[in-house]
Design a protein around this ligand. Sequence first.
Ligand SMILES: *Cc1c(COP(=O)(O)O)cnc(C)c1O
Length: 375
Amino acid sequence: MEFIDLGTQYEHISENIKSRIHAVLQHGAYIMGPEVAELESALESYVGVKHCITCANGTDALQLALMALNIGPGDAVFTTPFTFFATAEAISVLGATPVFVDIDESTYNLSPENLEDAIRNFDVSTGLTPKAVIAVNLFGLPADYEKIEPICEKYGLKLIEDAAQGFGGEINGRKACGFGDVSTTSFFPAKPLGCYGDGGALFTNDDKLAEVLRSLRVHGKGSDKYDNVRIGMNSRLDTIQAAILLEKLSIFSREVDQRNEVACRYLSGLPDQFVKPYIPEGFRSSWAQFTLMLDSTEARETLASSLKLNDIPSAVYYPISLHQQTAYKGKCVVHSAAMSEKVASRVLSLPMSPYLKKSDQEAVIQCLSSISETV
Ligand SMILES: *Cc1c(COP(=O)(O)O)cnc(C)c1O
């Protein structure tokens, strides 16, 4: 059994993928070929947002979003300490400073209450100016944008939705990648919508921001590529990856349903002694990960090794909160992070994919049930 099974999906779609790739090899427009524009409009329709701008990866997407919002040295950006490193890295690489704000204890996403407290009680002695918030859709579950959006509006902060893990999620019918001023996602192979290499995208309803983003991803181009009007990046999505994504997008809705079926079976079959993922009313997760919380780090280690003995892979996302990373020593502001530290020391993610076989899932549930009887 694999932790994330990409092979079975490929078996289902290999013929179509091959002909999509073949078409690109035939027309030869490897950079910004027709599939890129076709994918962008397909993604706009899927999410229900006016503009999609594809780019080279999810980290660049975050950096491009911050650049388009003019975030730089002296600026503070509020974000969660319980996420992949890239979320904060994009802030720091531009010379701005992340302000870490603790997560909600049941969803593991940025807590709106802590966020408002961090903004109200911002420490002016830091010399920083609060400019923006990056909320993350951790493990596929959208952050609480119905509460976070009004907070950002109230205090005049820009909001970026980091939906690298969350493409396919929803809140009351509103799709992930449609929240905030600008939203980002990643097409890294293991994400809910993955390509066969690196890829990413930005989404916004703001015409002006979209125009700036399209310029920034190609060296800050103006009217043509040898007219440069701003400092940008080289961050385009390869045509071949766009072609692959077009094929994968055509089965994506069904795959999100399948992920939800797998999650439902875990939720009903696993013993209640483990803290299971919590999906608030009206929310839908795209289940990038299915993550349990244990009583202690030792309990997690015991569980992971018992699973391993039964050939069941598991993984820890994330073992170290960002404010505790070596790279962030003296380079960040911490408003609150106690819950993040606790969760980081206790979580364990189980195998999850749309194609997880029922028999394999039964084996995981069986193994966890027998362990729960012994501890
Ligand atoms: C994967 C991920 C990213 C970065 O995406 P890449 O395409 O790997 O650069 C950013 N934020 C989060 C939360 C992620 O999980």
